[in-house]
Design a protein around this ligand. Sequence first.
Ligand code: GDP
Length: 534
Amino acid sequence: MPADPAAEAARRRTFAIISHPDAGKTTLTESLLLAGGAIHLAGVVAARGQARRTKSDWMKIERERGISVSASVMTFEHAGLVFNLLDTPGHEDFSEDTYRTLTAADSAVMVLDAAKGIEPQTLKLFEVCRLRDIPITTFINKMDREAQDPFALLDEIHSKLAMDTAPMYWPAASGQRFAGMLDLVRDEFVPFRRLEAGEQGFASQERQRRGANNFLNGIADDVRAELEETSELARQGLPAFDINAFREGHLTPVYFGSALRRFGVLELLAGLAEHAPSPKAQKALIKGGAAEVAPSREDVTGFIFKIQANMDPKHRDRVGFFRICSGRFQRGMTLKTAAGKGFNVHNPLMFLAQEREIADEAFPGDVIGIPSHGGLRVGDSLSQSGDVVFQGIPNFAPEILKRVRVRDPLKQKHLRKALEALGEEGVTQVFKPVHGGDLVVGAVGALQFDVLDERMKAEYGLEVIFETSPYQAARWVSAESRADLEAFVDKSKAQMAEDVDNAPVYLGKSAWEIGYVQERNPKVRFSAAKERAA
Ligand code: GDP
């Protein structure tokens, strides 16, 4: 009997990790994959050596390039569940890629450095999660180092993120004195032990139940006294876990541990298994009417949240990352955009840890890679019926705009093509001024230009020059009536451009100017995000 999409969806946990650089996202990813049995690695020390080209190094390199290749999605099975971990590139200076990846996640794990608490990027990413009502599980990492007081950390989360914090565990000291953590729900102590050099597996030891002879045995008296006192305060003073408040994004369960020492990771994974949401119904338009697409819907539906070109530099292939929202996907199916464009998916890719494999079937919550030679766009909704358009997968207005030229004037056409390809992929946004002249490229962060520069060189052999543009902001424009829009476009020609889909975009010289123009043209909508129609 074929598997039932609703039952399969119920055992999916599709999540992303958000953090500030260096908080430990890569290390935690590795630890989770190890916990899920998706990878096997030698001990911590051996992993640093030559014996194994460490996965974290490899991921870092990709991250530094601003792209992640097969690491974009990692799937592993654990405790009867299928976990899909979506990789969000973690730059100081992050790109739309990160935002978009979060559109495909059902929940997020927020990793904090226990010594640093909430850092700027954590905050930005958190805001995206909030925008989308994505529930967040918190992992306070690096407890094996001197940490801030846990009350102070939770207080910071509470005040900066306006979210209740429910500690699931409570740490016994930190740094050299770190002794383990108390499970506040079951009232059991999980002792911490440092891994031996080269030791495989996890550092967790047998749990000690309150009342048993060994409870809190072997930890220093002062640490024990402190744990008993502070954990009691935490129990009384902080909210208890409430699944509804969590699912609605008002409360975050908090776990403690050390990704590097592989401590607390199994507990985090158990928490995700127990509480993190499985795929839920998604807002969509079906034949133009508002609707919800539940995972149980027979029609296979989903959307493209990322396009990766040139995964294999030898072939100019492109892979669209397709998040499935409903139905039972089977290899060979034809999926259609609402505009009627069909894609026959002969060779879908699945991402089992590091290996790309051909998928025979996939379910809601899963991500498959759809190879194509162009034609797919970020934000495209695909379905068997061709009737469904998902809502809310935006393109963000770039915050930095530059003019771009190619060093060799004979390669002007080439430049255009390459930029358009990278634009489709979402690496950058490309605007073509209506009046002609140099193309304008836009990015959400400055680092996107470095990535662009490097990729133009490496993949297209083009040396490009970015120059300051007179523009500081771009807004997609629309209006109820076509005539109103045309009138505006007509009189604003000098500052009008088109994006890759030929949608009209107003290029403003300053935020102030946009405000001014907006006021003078009340019938025109100026939008900082463009939602793709189909
Ligand atoms: P990312 O930038 O968030 O991916 O962070 P990484 O996973 O690359 O970690 C940044 C640094 O912190 C690396 O040197 C890690 O070895 C170190 N690190 C990560 N987790 C822990 C931890 O639990 N304890 C300690 N002491 N160091 C850690």
